[in-house]
Design a binder for this molecule. Structure first.
Ligand SMILES: CCCCCCCCCCCCCC(=O)SCCNC(=O)CCNC(=O)[C@H](O)C(C)(C)COP(=O)(O)OP(=O)(O)OC[C@H]1O[C@@H](n2cnc3c(N)ncnc32)[C@H](O)[C@@H]1OP(=O)(O)O
Length: 194
């Protein structure tokens, strides 16, 4: 790491993360948490269509194929899009804890340019948990899961209740999500996570 800020360092009394007993098994695809999500949703034509797979412990892997719609410089992925891929991958880890959480802080290192057409191989894990705070780290590699690191990030996610989305989201989308019994059941089940 090139050094992250002190708020991304777990406090001395932080605990090791505990995988939820009902978390998807290692190797299992996590699936999209919301079909309109820019990161993982299947109904966003210019989205990242990121597919995450549970790993061992509280870790996962994901793949993101860079499309022409994701360019910044000609032929190269936009840095903000790469940060989104890291954010989405890190956010997916909370599914293994069965906790609803949002990104509070995300620090990203851009190490190598990422060409359009390349596949970014992402690996992420939770490093510690302290109360509502979830500390995690991720890398994105080119050429394969053991290829050179192109991007990496450290993050702090903060646990929230479903009301975070109900109170802050746009009413149209909230209504549609709440009309989907699967979405509501899943979200409420996560709220009482043990
Ligand atoms: C229908 C339902 C569907 C569900 C779908 C799930 C979707 C998931 C989507 C996933 C998509 C991908 C992921 C996405 O893109 S998630 C989208 C991007 N993120 C957001 O929109 C979050 C916006 N921020 C907030 O809402 C609030 O600020 C939150 C909720 C984060 C905290 O406000 P809240 O009032 O609740 O808590 P608090 O302020 O008392 O802070 C609590 C503790 O945390 C510490 N802290 C806070 N911030 C920072 C910071 N920046 N750096 C360092 N530390 C920070 C703070 O010092 C305190 O520490 P301590 O004093 O306790 O030691």
């Amino acid at each position: 790491m090139s050094g992250s800020s002190s708020s991304l360092k777990p406090p001395a009394d932080a605990s090791a993360p505990v995988r939820h007993p009902e978390a998807p098994s290692p190797g299992e695809l996590l699936g999209a948490h919301y079909d309109q999500c820019f990161g993982c949703g299947g109904e966003q034509p210019h989205g990242l269509l990121l597919e995450a797979r549970a790993g061992e412990g509280v870790s996962l892997t994901a793949e993101f194929t860079v499309q022409p719609a994701h360019q910044g410089a000609p032929g190269l992925a936009h840095g903000g899009v790469l940060a989104s891929a890291l954010d989405e991958t890190l956010g997916s880890l909370n599914w293994l804890l069965r906790t609803i959480a949002v990104t509070g802080r995300l620090e990203t290192d851009f190490v190598r340019p990422v060409p359009v057409g390349s596949v970014l191989h992402l690996q992420a894990r939770v490093t510690a948990v302290a109360g509502r705070k979830i500390y995690s780290t991720a890398t994105g590699r080119l050429g394969g899961p053991d290829g050179p690191v192109a991007v990496r990030a450290d993050a702090l996610f903060i646990e929230v209740k479903v009301d975070h989305f109900v109170d802050n989201g746009r009413p149209e989308e909230i209504r549609a999500a709440m009309n989907d019994p699967d979405q509501v059941r899943r979200a409420r089940a996560f709220e009482v996570n043990p």
